[in-house]
Design a binder for this molecule. Structure first.
Ligand code: GDP
Ligand code: CA
Length: 305
């Protein structure tokens, strides 16, 4: 069985780690690049790096991003020098950004660079950035339009998001590798990533709707909402500000056209009927992934559903 998964950062990486445990060779992960940005003259791909580090077993288990046990010498020194220090970069993490930026300067495609990084990390699956050209997410807050990281990291996602825009998605297609992986898949898994900030940037790419319609795969989504809470991040507030119910029904309203099945938390049984009324099949499962076995179990549900 060939599997293609769509993922953002932490939530996406967790389920993809489960899929990787089940099927390390026949997995392709399509990763959101809407969060990518430039800092210190370097190109950062935060969601890709989170997926890379998680699958490689390098990720910090507590915060979910960055390299476990990383040191902060460079970042501390940068602070002393008065450099931009609102985005914390660990020393080992920095090596990834140096490598990527150097290769981009040499003219390599982002897809190629991502493949080099995943091979060097010892991974046997394909980690695919959704696009080679930038498609930056921009957000409209009460104070106006801002860059994604300005909202997410610099301001700690405390402000209301009134609108999301994926700049250039109407003209930038998914890469040929992404189209091939989706077209060849027997099963497409939409990981429990933030639909507004991680999945929609991928699904909004030019021509993606047609690629999607032509895919023979069964498409299974896993909800990132448990009860009325997101496991982490600003998803609950985003559902609220966009007028959706703040639970898995809200996720279903966002994804029903893109999925056949939605896996929701076993505690949310009462949402099954209203979600099925949207035309999605519902599967109940424990959806909180605290450790590697939890990830694997949920992945197995997603591959059976
Ligand atoms: P980000 O780039 O790190 O924000 O990554 P994602 O968009 O991939 O993930 C954020 C989403 O992951 C949040 O909405 C969380 O609710 C969800 N999430 C994180 N951990 C878990 C988990 O263990 N189970 C489920 N179901 N969702 C999770
Ligand atoms: Ca992200």
């Amino acid at each position: 069985v060939k599997i293609a998964a769509l993922a953002g950062g932490v939530g996406g990486a967790r389920l993809c780690h489960g899929l990787y445990q089940v099927s390390p060779e026949r997995l392709s992960v399509v990763v959101n690049t809407g969060d990518d940005f430039r800092l210190h003259g370097l190109t950062l791909c935060p969601d890709f790096d989170t997926v890379l580090y998680t699958l490689a077993g390098w990720a910090d288990p507590v915060q979910g991003w960055g390299v476990a046990g990383d040191t902060w010498n460079c970042w501390n020194q940068l602070q002393k020098l008065g450099g931009e220090s609102w985005f914390r970069l660990g020393d080992q993490d920095l090596a990834t950004h140096l490598y990527r930026s150097q290769r981009l300067a040499e003219g390599a495609r982002l897809t190629q660079i991502c493949q080099e990084l995943s091979v060097r990390a010892g991974l046997s699956c394909a980690l695919l950035p959704m696009a080679d050209q930038p498609v930056p997410t921009r957000l409209r807050l009460p104070r106006g339009w801002v860059e994604f990281q300005d909202y997410f990291v610099r301001a700690q996602h405390q402000e209301a998001v009134l609108e999301c825009r994926y700049e250039g998605a109407n003209v930038v297609p998914p890469t040929p590798e992404v189209v091939a992986a989706l077209s060849a898949a027997d099963r497409i898994v939409l990981a429990p990533s933030n639909p507004f900030l991680s999945l929609r940037p991928i699904l909004s790419l030019q021509g993606m709707a047609d690629v999607w319609r032509a895919c023979p795969a069964r498409r299974v989504a896993v909800s990132p909402m448990i009860g009325s809470q997101a496991v982490k991040g600003p998803l609950a507030a985003l559902l609220q500000s966009h007028g959706h119910p703040v639970n898995s029904l809200g996720i279903a309203q966002l994804l029903w056209e893109w999925a056949d099945v939605l896996i929701i938390d076993e505690g949310d049984r009462e949402l099954a009927a209203p979600i099925e009324a949207l035309g999605l099949k519902v599967e109940l499962a424990p959806t909180l992934m605290k450790d590697a076995p939890d990830r694997r179990r949920l992945a197995e549900v997603a591959l059976r559903a």
